[in-house]
Design a protein around this ligand. Structure first.
Ligand code: NDP
Length: 312
């Protein structure tokens, strides 16, 4: 049985690898590169990451848009989206595990004062600092979605006091959860390490403005694996320079790539990685994408539809 044609677009992911992974699940699926498709009007499903403006224009048969990643902020705000086509995102336990691994690394690095030892090593100094017990360290995870909940779970498993914050109240074993803007500052004010895992939406853009950054405990560490535009980066830089915020692990930035002249690059209390805390993994994600394609081919709604009005 033919299930139709999928059009792929990403400048970051390999077309052939995804094509093979998808056809391993659905041998009858035609997979074409949407940027080079001769007949876009034959495309039933578009699987895209940051596609160029106008890409959907000639896809007159389109029935499903699959965002090739977890964050949909680069899609939902666009004015060239065809109306009434469901948009799904990648949901993959292995992607969540990869993210949780990064977050756990960042949290433990701060909790065990590794930046202090890295600097001491460069100066040839034996700079003993007595380890703190994880129970005495409070970590706040802001955003408890498919990735955030897994990260919070892993952090609490290490024995840290773990606070979780989201829009609606979550329940995660061992995590003290709260919800809503009115509780955010209290959560931040208790944390030694703040981990940002919120989607970028009109409500969360610049949620960490200067005033909110100043609500953090003096010397606390800041981890951002979500989106750069959630944070006033200039204010964060100044607060890190003054030591008011002790250290940061940053995977995402207001401008990516982070410009070579940006002060953050040279700061000893900042660890920078180039937006790779987690990525979509073809072999493990293809099954869920294939299941959604089959649902749509059968006239049903796909799973994991995002709500454009909510922004995630
Ligand atoms: P989800 O969409 O599954 O969950 C979002 C979470 O944020 C939910 O808990 C939601 O609350 C909460 N939230 C949303 N808006 C608000 C708000 N206004 N106030 C309070 N809480 C809010 O996201 P994921 O966990 O899958 O991913 C999070 C983000 O991580 C992605 O949006 C993406 O930007 C980023 N990301 C970064 C990667 C990287 O490599 N650096 C890789 C992949 C993703 P509720 O539960 O009530 O809905």
């Amino acid at each position: 049985m033919s299930v139709g044609t999928l059009g792929f677009y990403s400048d970051f992911d390999d077309f052939q690898t995804w094509k093979q992974a998808l056809q391993a699940q659905l041998p009858a699926l035609r997979v074409v590169h949407a940027g080079q498709a001769e007949r876009p009007e034959e495309i039933d499903y578009a699987m895209v990451w940051k596609p160029p403006q106008g890409i959907f224009e000639r896809m007159t048969k389109l029935r499903l848009i699959i965002n090739l990643g977890a964050g949909v902020d680069s899609l939902v705000g666009r004015d060239d989206l065809p109306p009434n086509i469901p948009i799904t995102r990648i949901t993959d336990p292995q992607m969540a595990r990869m993210m949780a691994g990064y977050v756990l690394f960042a949290v433990i690095r701060h909790a065990r004062d590794i930046p202090h030892f890295e600097q001491a090593q460069r100066a040839g100094r034996w700079a003993y600092r007595h380890p703190r017990s994880p129970e005495d360290i409070t970590v706040a995870v802001l955003g408890l979605g498919q990735l955030g909940a897994k990260a919070a779970h892993e952090i609490q498993r290490q024995g840290f006091r773990t606070l979780g914050w989201s829009r609606s109240l979550a329940q995660i074993d061992g995590v003290e959860c709260s919800a809503g803007m009115e509780t955010l500052d209290a959560v931040i004010g208790q944390a030694d390490i703040v981990v940002l895992m919120l989607p970028l939406t009109p409500q969360t853009r610049q949620i960490f403005d200067r005033e909110r950054l100043e609500k953090m405990r003096p010397g606390a560490a800041f981890v951002n694996v979500a989106r750069g535009a959630l944070v006033d980066q200039a204010a964060l830089t100044e607060l890190l320079q003054s030591g008011r915020i002790g250290a940061a692990t940053l995977d995402v930035f207001e401008r990516e790539p982070l410009p070579a002249e940006d002060a953050l690059w040279q700061m000893p209390n900042v660890l920078i990685t180039p937006h790779l805390a987690s990525v979509a993994i073809p072999s493990s994600s293809a099954k869920q994408i294939a299941a959604n394609i089959l649902r749509v081919a059968a006239g049903e709604l796909p799973d994991n539809i995002i709500e454009p009005s909510r922004g995630y």
